[in-house]
Each structure stands twice: as C-alpha cells, then as structure tokens.
Design a protein around this ligand. Structure first.
Ligand code: NAP
Length: 334
C-alpha cells in the first residue's frame, strides 16, 4: 500500500511517500481503507520528536516506533478480526487510530490502517469522508472539556476559536444553548460567524481581557494569557479551561512542552476559584465519538475544512497548518 513514512524525527521534509506492507489485523482490530485523514498539532509534534518527553511516552526514543504518522481518519471497513461484532466489510467509519494520548504516530496517513474496534464509530451519512476525518481528536478533546460544564444562556469565550479544535468547540457550545464569543485572527472572523459565534474578536486588534463582559466559561486553546488577565473577565463563579497549545513551539518547551508547566502552575497556584486544568469526569457515559456522530447527524456540528491535500503532499499540509492560516481543519485525501 502507499503510505507516508518517517524514518527519523525532523521537519516535514523527513516524510516520504512509499510502498509498504498493509498492516496486520488482530482479533479485535478493524482494517480500514482510509479515504481521508486530518492534520492536528500533535501530528507535527511527533514528526519533530518534540517536546522530547513524547519519545518516552510511546512515540519512540531515537526514531518513531510506528513510522506512519496521523491519528484521525475516515474510510470504509476492508476486513475485521474474528472478535469484532460492531462492524463488517463495507461499513463507512471514522475515528482515532490511537488510544490514550496523541503523542505517537497512528498510521493514518496510508491507504490502510488497523484500528481497535472501540476506537471507531459509524460515519454519519450526511457528511463526507473529509469532514468526518476532521472531527475525531479535536472533537473528543472539545467534548471532554465542555460536556457537563455549559448551561443554556451562559456566556462562553473561546480563545483560538478558528483552528481545528475551536471550530468544533464553538458549535458544541452553541448546541448547549450558550452564547459564544470567539477570539482569533482577522481572516477567520467570517467563518466563525457562519458557524454560529455570537460575537467575534480579532485578537490582533482587541484585547478581550480588557473588555467589560464577564464569561461563565473561558476555553483557552493557545494558553498565551496570564491567569490574572483571564481572571479579570471570568464571572465570579466562572470556569477556566486550559488546553495548552504551544503554538508549534513558539511558546518554548523543548523538553516537556510549554503546556505542562502551565497546567501545573494552574493547579497549584491558581488565582481564581473554579478553573479546571483537565477534563473532569462527566455523568454522561455515552461514547463521545457516538455523541459527535449524532451532533453531525442533527446538523449541530458541521466540520469546517480549510483545505485538502493529496497523500503525496502530506508535508505541505503540515507546513500549512504550522503557518497558522488554516480556518478550521487541514485534510489529507488518500
Ligand atoms: N486539534 C486536535 O486534534 C488536537 C489534538 C491533540 C491536541 N490538541 C491540542 O489542542 C490545542 C489546539 O489545537 P488546534 O487543532 O485547534 O490548533 P490550531 O488549528 O493550530 O488552532 C489554534 C488557533 O489559535 C489561534 N491563535 C494563535 N495565536 C493566538 C492568540 N494569540 N490568540 C488567540 N488565538 C490565537 C490560531 O490562529 P492564527 O494562527 O491565525 O493566529 C488558530 O486558529 C493544542 O493544545 C493541541 O495540542 C489538539
């Protein structure tokens, strides 16, 4: 099969299109013929092998253990292991190819990938493979951080709303009946309004921490503001949720990433009352991938795709994401 392969860590230049063997499928696995895969910041981290800590977390010490990048994909089932009960050949599916964290290669940038059955859901019929591939990791992170935290009528600010995760978060919050203020750069404002943001703020023109509005929840994707600035615009019983994007190394953190120290600082010395540094357990135990499928089926969530690249141009797709101009998701078609 054709696949993008990396033999060593480095810039996207290390990625090569090659012919390799199809992955084997275990008894609990599903072999998926990939039609589309998407790009997110952690794919770039693993290609670079930085922050270095990821090499000790399953990515591979000196070179990637799995040479094929990518974790999010959509396609159809080619074959199933003998213990698989939910899927059969021909089914259209989407999901993540890795479980736990995404700081390791998942093999999605290939014609075929083997995925555990429980990491897949049926692809909604009303979205394309490209749209479905844009959702898994971003949608799961957004949902895990928002589920059970937002009430109808509340005011929610999303900082970094125009990227891969933010566009899903905006729509999930709107589906809960809350009011959304979306913060991102000028080129993403029209798109943010089109997906339902009630107010948009261009962070290059206006500092939302100096405004008069008070928010019940701030979902902070770039994590680039001080906690005391953010506390100024948080309602007295509001919640602050940090995701901790390191803006592709721009915030430092070669060894453990810039997010981890910030999470620790937030946990230990937070200046306001109800901030959360990690997803909290929710009483809703519905499989979050199934929740995302249903949100797409009802039209509450429509994945936003900025651009698509063929598999052979995966390095360009990753460079484009890192440049920061993507409004929504960058997708690779296979
Ligand atoms: N999305 C995923 O699937 C995924 C997976 C694992 C982890 N995560 C984590 O989730 C976070 C975000 O991921 P993402 O996919 O949404 O990243 P992304 O697509 O790079 O989006 C980040 C957004 O933040 C904006 N931004 C940059 N500087 C900003 C500033 N100073 N103020 C406000 N907005 C700013 C960017 O816009 P401009 O560049 O135009 O300024 C961009 O729209 C990261 O912590 C990442 O590690 C995401």
């Amino acid at each position: 099969m054709k696949a993008i392969v990396q033999d060593r860590y480095g810039s996207p230049d290390v990625l090569q299109l090659r012919e390799i063997d199809r992955p084997a499928v275990g008894d609990d696995g599903v072999l998926v013929r990939v039609h589309a895969a998407s790009v997110h910041p952690d794919v770039w981290h693993v290609i670079r092998g930085m922050p270095y800590i990821l090499r000790f977390m399953g990515a591979g010490l000196l070179k990637p253990t799995n040479p094929v990048p990518g974790t999010d994909m959509a396609g159809h089932v080619e074959a199933v292991g003998r213990n698989v009960t939910q899927f059969q050949p021909g089914d259209e599916v989407f999901g993540e190819t890795v479980s736990g964290h995404q700081w390791k290669n998942g093999g999605a940038y290939a014609e075929y990938v083997s995925v555990p059955e429980n990491a897949l859901a049926a692809k909604p019929a009303n979205v394309t493979f490209e749209q479905a591939a844009a959702v898994p990791t971003s949608g799961l992170i957004a949902l895990q951080n928002l589920r059970g935290r937002v009430q109808p009528g509340q005011k929610v600010l999303i900082n970094g709303a125009g990227g891969g995760l933010g566009v899903l978060a905006v729509q999930i919050v709107k589906s809960y009946g809350a009011e959304v203020t979306a913060v991102d750069s000028a080129g993403k404002q029209d798109m943010l309004r089109s997906i339902g943001a009630d107010q948009v703020i261009d962070y290059t023109e206006e500092d939302f921490t100096q405004g008069d509005e008070r928010y019940d929840l701030i979902l902070d994707i770039p994590g680039n503001r001080s906690f005391s600035d953010l506390g100024r615009v948080l309602a007295p019983d509001g919640t602050y949720v940090l995701l901790g994007h390191d803006l592709f190394g721009a915030q430092g953190g070669r060894f453990i990433g810039s997010g981890i120290p910030r999470f620790i600082k937030l946990s230990v010395s937070s200046p306001f009352g109800k901030q959360q540094a990690a997803p909290r357990p929710t009483e809703d135990t519905t499989d979050p991938l199934v929740v995302l499928k249903e949100l797409m089926e009802t039209g509450d969530v429509t994945p936003v795709i900025d651009s698509t690249y063929p598999l052979s141009e995966a390095p360009e797709a990753i460079r484009y994401l890192v440049e920061g101009n993507a409004a929504g998701k960058v997708v690779i078609t296979v």
